[in-house]
Design a protein around this ligand. Structure first.
Ligand code: SF4
Length: 470
């Protein structure tokens, strides 16, 4: 017998970007690339293409497969394209904020898309509005277009000069008639990679899984602070800042990225599995079986079971049709909507002492419902093991837990949390354990949501909204 519960996704990445330069099927490749990045944002998606003289745009709210019909992709004629999948955390939802944006100015048309979040957006927007800028959207991403308009010189110079004012996380793509520019923030908080497709085509993607999905070959990752110009003459790489420090978001490895992606040379599945092994060493448990929470807890559960020599069982099954289909952009809609359906296999669970491995706990609602369901299915004990450290502080870099009050770990000790969610024990991997498991160089990562060590300056309005991080 299978029992089912509807649970809500607890955490969302803001966006994913994809681009193609110099390929006769640029829009079609971008469509498939965006499909492969769908896990990074389901609220809206779009594309801007260029045939060398004219830029065209198509965008809509919803999943890539629902927004784009074949005729829409065919209509985006051209040899260059950029695309975007969105989950809104900054500026709210609505079609106006769906990217890529397409701007017209005396310098010509500009397609623009952005993965990340600018921490000084309010300050910059206020300044720009006082000095005559009129914003078409409420998205922080539009700010860069207004900054660009105010600079002089070549596009490369204007991008460099504009980025000096911007702080936070960003992977930007800028499409002109016959040039494509990429820019990554000076901490390298979000991943961005390039690949080669066909004879002379270039692809750009937030994750390498989409480079693989379109049959392209990975070339390299974009470096923190790098601005890359791609034209028919090749690449031109410059840096907009001397003050660069490599601090990739650790949650990319823990939760956001697809297991088949390589983030800066580290495979996400292997990283999660290794974290499961470390967690089994840090917090062993006397139990009968290990089960993982689909999808992102599964890789860690494999590692945990292997290291603890316990059988790994398929105790939770994801409903194939749900697939993060109805993610909604705010709390009210999240509570009303069905984001994810998981089923418990009673015959696997009944009478067992279960280790439940998951990637993270943000608000605690999902895990509480799951434990309840597993216990109802007859589990003797449920021991929760989490492969991220406790998330105690908000993220301002594009993840949708941006207030202190939302975070269960910020407001409860693990013992209190164990009681709140109804577990028999709970343990989170240590920050050192996570770093060891993922295998990044010491210091080359952001861990601010675990230890408050924010890699950028935080502005007053963010601090005011979150008294605990002052
Ligand atoms: S605060 Fe956490 S989620 Fe945000 S960028 Fe840093 S590691 Fe990632």
């Amino acid at each position: 017998m299978i029992k089912t519960v509807d649970i809500h996704q607890e955490m969302h990445e803001e966006c994913g970007v994809f681009g193609v330069f110099n390929h006769h099927q640029a829009a079609l490749l971008t469509y498939h690339g965006l499909n492969a990045l769908q896990h990074r944002g389901q609220e809206g998606c779009g594309m801007v293409s260029s045939d060398g003289t004219l830029l065209k745009q198509f965008k809509g709210e919803g999943l890539v497969k629902n927004v784009f019909k074949k005729k829409d992709v065919d209509a985006l004629k051209g040899i260059h394209a950029i695309g975007h999948v969105r989950y809104s955390t900054s500026g709210g939802g609505g079609i106006n904020n769906v990217q890529p944006f397409l701007f017209q100015s005396q310098n010509g048309p500009l397609g623009l898309c952005h993965n990340g979040n600018l921490v000084n957006a309010n300050k910059l927007k206020g300044y720009l509005e006082q000095h005559g800028s009129i914003f078409q959207t409420t998205s922080d991403s539009e700010i860069i277009a207004h900054l660009l308009k105010r600079q002089r010189g070549s596009m490369l110079t204007r991008i460099k000069e504009s980025l000096i004012y911007v702080e936070g996380s960003f992977a930007f793509l800028f499409l002109l008639e016959n040039e494509l520019y990429l820019a990554l923030d000076k901490q390298g908080l979000r991943p961005l990679s390039i690949g080669k497709v066909g004879k002379s085509g270039i692809v750009i993607s937030s994750e390498t899984c989409a480079i693989d999905a379109v049959g392209a070959k990975f070339v390299r990752d974009i470096l923190p602070g790098e601005v890359l110009r791609i034209s028919k003459n090749g690449f031109e790489s410059v840096f907009y800042s001397e003050d660069r420090k490599h601090q990739m978001c650790m949650m990319e490895y823990v939760y956001f990225a697809r297991p088949d992606s390589q983030i800066e040379g580290i495979n996400v599945y292997q990283a999660r599995k290794a974290c499961g092994k470390v967690l089994a060493e840090e917090a062993p448990v006397d139990a009968d079986i290990v089960i993982g929470v689909p999808d992102s807890g599964m890789s860690s559960a494999i590692g945990f079971a292997e290291a603890s020599k316990l059988p790994l069982e398929l105790g939770l099954i994801k409903n194939k049709t749900s697939d993060r289909t109805f993610i909604e952009p705010n709390k009210l809609l999240r509570e009303q909507g069905v984001a994810l359906k998981l089923s418990v296999v009673k015959s696997v669970i009944k009478g067992k002492r279960v280790v439940l491995v998951d990637d993270s706990i943000v608000r605690g609602t999902t895990i509480k419902q799951l434990i309840n369901l597993i216990k109802k299915a007859g589990a003797k004990e449920v021991h929760v093991r989490i492969t991220s450290p406790e998330i105690k502080y908000p993220c301002f870099y594009g993840v949708d837990f941006s207030t202190y009050d939302e975070l269960i770990s910020a407001n409860n000790t693990p013992t209190q949390m164990k009681d709140l969610i109804g577990a028999d024990s709970i343990f989170f991997i240590s920050i050192e354990g996570l770093i060891k498991g993922v295998g990044r160089k010491p210091g080359a990562h952001c861990t601010a949501c675990y230890n408050k060590e924010y890699p950028t300056y935080l502005y007053d309005e963010l601090k005011q909204a979150n008294k605990e991080i002052k």
